[in-house]
Write a protein that binds this ligand. Structure first.
Ligand code: FAD
Length: 455
């Protein structure tokens, strides 16, 4: 530790054990299984670089002394993917927060620790907006989204982060005795996407932008879940240009009446949440009515985002549904499924009939997947309180879904492999890791199939 501190001289450090423990956590408490497994895991020290030169100095020191290094943005990841499991240095990137440029044609480039909201503001000022952002836009960093995120608000127009064209550039520092700085372009950016900071320290990212539009927050209430799901499917295919569309079974929507108000989110109703272009109301209301629902909210999106007394509807969607529901019922956790193109409604109905209602309150996030409409299930889950019984039941539910042809990304494990629907790390990511982290020091344990090149 003395050697490490000497090597990091001049860099702002946090050494207070309670603060270091606090920064070593993320939102893994969404999962009771991860909560048990990761409780108490902590870095030894937090380093807070102010620029890339300091990042390089920290990377060099860790490589020389063989100290584990875990990168952190805002710490909103939900899989414990930012928890340092083998101690060492936690690298807090939030000091690198400059938006470098935003331009409707060229996109936006920002330092990795910039909040997504700051990048969005710069884009708006230039007459553009982010193609997509997580529902945590106000706090998440753009580097954390790039390296740990999957999609979100905007993915119904543009697909997930991995769809071609959504990641434009990344600047990556390697963890070697003499670190190198690499520039990844286009599809190469997938080498650092969703690898949980195990394939290099990203110091800058570049994303394409969409033209700036005026959006409306919309909510509709339905008497039945399947009719609400069909309305969501119809909206996703309607050409109305929804930026997102989520459908929540009544039992999943329990957290929303206190957040959106009981007029917008009547208790006991199945809800459809969306953001739509300003001119879409005339077509939206009949689409909802045709499925037996009624529109309960239609409001200017940016005004709601700026109003300290209102919650933008996107902050009730994607991962936020679980957050709000857990505030009401701490026994709830969640499961991530893919209701695939071509079998979307058929597989939704299957899941609902098998597990929906009390055990698995259904939550669908419609999106474009490989060019077609699909839905991510971000279903809530009520597991038994007994830990062994909870794990056994989770395994049964996952196995049943996979046997029914519904891929699952298990959010109760924090390895890159288990969290992927394909259950493996692509070969090019493993090869890249060997080049940028030969000692295997970056976020050890997360890329489980990697064996260090140099011990
Ligand atoms: C309520 C809630 C809602 C959410 N909604 C969404 C959603 O809609 N869509 C979605 O995709 N996710 C969602 N998430 C997950 C998470 O908020 C996002 O993925 C977010 O973008 C992570 O950003 P962060 O700055 O908090 O990253 P962190 O949690 O700090 O980091 C995420 C991962 O990336 C790594 N990392 C961070 N910065 C860097 C860097 N500069 N270089 C290399 N590695 C790095 C970390 O080691 C970690 O493994 C949600 C989470 C919550 C709690």
């Amino acid at each position: 530790m003395m050697d490490l501190k000497a090597a990091l001289a001049g860099i702002a450090l946090i050494e207070d054990a309670a603060l270091v423990r606090q920064r070593s956590r993320d939102f893994f408490w969404f999962s009771p299984i991860l909560e048990r497994r990761l409780r108490g895991k902590s870095a030894d020290i937090v380093a807070c670089p102010r620029d890339e030169a300091e990042v390089i100095a920290i990377a060099a020191a860790c490589a020389r002394l063989r100290v584990p290094l875990t990168v952190r943005g805002a710490g909103t990841g939900t899989y414990g993917q930012g928890v340092p499991e083998q101690g060492g240095v936690l690298l807090d990137m939030t000091g690198l927060d400059r938006v470098l440029w935003a331009d409707p044609a060229r996109g936006a480039r920002a330092a990795a620790g910039a909040r997504m909201m700051a990048v969005e503001d710069a884009a708006l000022a230039a007459g553009a907006e982010l193609r997509m952002h997580p529902s945590t836009k106000r706090v998440a960093t753009i580097g954390g989204y790039f390296c740990g995120g999957s999609g979100g608000i905007g993915s119904l127009l543009w697909g997930g982060l991995r769809e071609p064209g959504n990641l434009q550039g990344a600047r990556v520092v390697t963890v070697e005795e003499t670190p190198r700085v690499l520039e990844l372009r286009g599809a190469e950016c997938n080498l650092v996407n969703r690898t949980y900071g195990s394939t290099g320290i990203v110091t800058e990212v570049e994303v394409p932008l969409a033209p700036r539009r005026e959006w409306r927050d919309a909510v509709a209430a339905f008497p039945g879940f399947l009719t609400a799901a069909r309305a969501g499917d119809a909206l996703a295919r309607s050409g109305l240009g929804a930026k997102f569309c989520d459908v929540l079974e009544d039992t999943a929507a329990i957290g929303l009446p206190p957040v959106l108000g009981v007029e917008a989110a009547p208790p006991g109703a199945h809800l459809l949440l969306a953001m739509l272009p300003a001119g879409a109301e005339a077509a939206f209301a009949p689409l909802i009515a045709a499925h037996g629902g009624r529109v309960t909210l239609w409001a200017e999106s940016r005004a709601r985002e700026a109003d300290p007394h209102a919650t933008p509807v996107y902050e009730c969607a994607w991962g936020h549904t679980t957050l709000h529901a857990r505030k009401i019922d701490r026994s709830l956790t969640y499961l991530q499924t893919l209701h695939p193109p071509g079998r979307l409604l058929e597989t939704v109905e299957w899941s609902w009939r098998q597990f929906g209602g009390r055990e698995m309150p259904m939550h669908l996030c419609f999106l474009i997947y490989e060019g077609e409409v699909a839905a991510n299930g971000a279903h809530l889950l009520r597991l038994p309180a007994d830990p062994a019984a909870a794990e056994a039941r989770l395994a049964e539910i996952i196995a049943a879904h996979e046997a029914a042809g519904i891929p699952v990304a298990n959010p109760h494990v924090n390895t890159v492999e288990a969290g992927s629907r394909h259950k493996r790390v692509p070969g090019d990511q493993l090869g890249f890791k060997a080049k940028v982290d030969p000692h295997g020091l970056l976020n050890p344990g997360k890329m489980a199939s990697y064996a260090p090149v140099i011990p």
